[in-house]
Design a protein around this ligand. Structure first.
Ligand code: FES
Length: 204
């Protein structure tokens, strides 16, 4: 008689846990050094976090902020629903509208396409962190918004663009901002606002 263990179906070779460990999501969820703690995978030596919530600390607008997130939580969700920073907008999950644009280490990204865990150890700046910047003032002076829903994303995108191209021409501005969409069609005023900042030389 065969040993009963030979009659058992093979142990499932690919568990959900294995999948999470091997997937891109798990790679993104891998502990990113300081700033991630809490329910980190219990196994000794494992650097995989989740799928349960973990505690993280983020540097947002120069302040250290604490949050509890699942590995799948986006940066946009943390900003809006845990930090009450509602400037970045959930207009498009894939970032195609530019509505959730924030700066990550000075570079514009769509917060809806970045995991909160990916922002650990990096500098996040939102439109709320641009208080006193000439860009939002130029939007106001030029009526660069109607409903205003796209405006925070535009303002952040403009700031990032001018940081790299402080003397940009109108054509360069139009090309540089083509990742942001305004359903109200205030493009002419937005471009004029950016030109004002360029001409004013006060963005420097
Ligand atoms: S001002 Fe309404 S979408 Fe741009």
């Amino acid at each position: 008689m065969k040993d009963s263990k030979h009659l058992r179906p093979p142990k499932a070779g690919f568990s959900r846990r294995d999948f999470l460990k091997g997937s891109g999501a798990a790679a993104a969820a891998t502990a990113i050094g300081e700033g991630v703690s809490g329910a980190v995978a219990a196994e000794a030596g494992s650097s995989v976090v989740g799928p349960g919530p973990v505690s993280i600390a983020l540097n947002v607008n120069g302040q250290r902020r604490s949050a509890t997130v699942e590995p799948r939580t986006t940066l946009l969700e943390v900003l809006r629903y845990q930090f009450d920073l509602t400037g970045a907008k959930p207009i498009s999950e894939d970032g195609s509208s530019g509505g959730s644009t924030v700066l990550l280490d000075g570079k514009p990204v769509s917060a809806s396409t970045v995991l909160a865990l990916e922002a650990v150890g990096r500098e996040v700046r939102t439109v709320e962190g641009l208080h006193g910047d000439p860009v939002p003032a130029a939007f106001v002076a030029n009526d660069g918004q109607q409903c205003g829903f796209c405006t925070p994303g535009f303002v952040v995108a403009v700031r990032a663009f001018l940081d790299k191209h402080p003397s940009a021409s109108e054509a360069e501005i139009r090309a540089g901002l083509n990742g942001n969409i305004c359903r109200c069609g205030t493009y002419a005023n937005i471009i004029q606002a950016v030109l004002d900042v360029v001409k004013g030389g006060s963005d420097g």
